[in-house]
Design a protein around this ligand. Structure first.
Ligand code: CP
Ligand code: NVA
Length: 305
């Protein structure tokens, strides 16, 4: 049984296989209408259940189109409309859904919930974001970096802002795929030490944004207030010096690229000039959620890696 709760579940070889598969499949269906299945329809007859305990645009639509393009179908539900929202346990939900469908993608708050789902499900479980990590997003980010012509080993990635779930998965990827991350985060909003340790020496945290971006190949940020967090004035104030601006981008390599998982808050974590400027890859990154998620699904079903 292959669950995709964190990038480590796939390991370096699995990630490399998924990225190669995503590049191939994206090229193979160039020009197809988006609703047409891939020629080989490798997941024909399979149904993906998607459960959302938090809002989503990209994860919801990209996974739904991903399973359709692979020849399968989906069922989407907000947990609030399920008995899960009235206190039915994750364990019982996992057991019941496993008897109807072929895989479960869940977006929730506490990471322990996806672990519990995986423990009790007899089908693959995919983490569609928890408070602790967002591995599906980072698969799309790695794909976007490769498409920009940069190799992963030896890459320098700068993170600016909140030490959140997206950063935790970037750091995890760094340890697996042999690139370096320097995260500039203010005191009180730094990532968990545990997340940095998982990067096996490939990640460090600094307080000076300039130190992080200096010589960077990729500059990444994310919203300062993640879903489920209070919109605290003190947090916004602490993060203000970490906005990705043109001045900061000028300290990165001349061919540096900017990534953001979206949704973005222009004028908070990133200036309009940067996110809508020539170095920004955000639209390719968002599109790549679809291509990356198809390969995650195929990996979960043992078709690759
Ligand atoms: N980046 C991302 O996960 O977007 P959604 O919250 O819209 O799914
Ligand atoms: N860190 C953000 C990512 C949204 C895709 C959040 O958890 O809300």
């Amino acid at each position: 049984m292959r669950h995709f709760l964190n990038l480590t579940d796939a390991g370096a070889d699995g990630i490399a296989a998924m990225l190669a598969d995503a590049l191939d499949r994206k090229a193979a269906r160039a020009g197809f209408p988006k609703g047409r299945a891939d020629s080989d329809a490798p997941l024909a007859g399979h149904t993906l259940a998607m459960i959302f305990e938090k809002n989503s645009t990209r994860t919801r639509f990209s996974f739904d189109m991903a399973i359709r393009q692979l020849g399968g179908t989906s069922i989407v539900a907000e947990s609030g409309s399920m008995q899960l929202g009235r206190g039915e346990s994750i364990a019982d939900t996992a057991r019941v859904l496993s008897s109807y469908i072929d895989a479960i993608m869940i977006r929730t708050d506490d990471h322990a919930k996806v672990e519990e789902m995986a423990h009790y499900a007899s089908v693959p479980v995919i983490n569609g974001l928890t408070d602790a990590s967002h591995p599906c997003q980072i698969m799309a980010d790695l794909l976007t970096i490769l498409e920009s012509g940069k190799a992963l080993p030896g890459l320098k990635v700068a993170w600016l802002g909140d030490g959140n779930n997206v950063l935790a998965s970037i750091v995890e990827a760094a340890g697996l795929m042999q690139f370096d991350v320097v995260a500039a985060c203010p005191q009180g909003f730094q990532p968990e030490e545990e997340a940095i340790v998982r990067a096996s020496g490939r990640a460090r945290v600094v307080s000076d944004p300039r130190e992080a971006v200096e010589g960077a190949d990729i500059v990444v940020t994310d919203t300062w207030i993640s879903m489920g967090q209070a919109n605290a004035e003190t947090k916004l104030k602490a993060l203000t010096p970490y906005q990705v601006t043109s001045a900061l981008m000028a300290d990165a390599k001349p061919d540096a690229k900017f990534l953001h998982c979206l949704p973005a808050h222009r004028g908070e974590e990133v200036s309009t000039e940067v996110i809508d400027g020539p170095q920004s890859l955000i639209w390719a990154e968002a599109e790549n959620r679809l291509h990356a998620q198809k390969s995650v699904l195929r990996w979960c079903f043992g078709q690759i890696g």
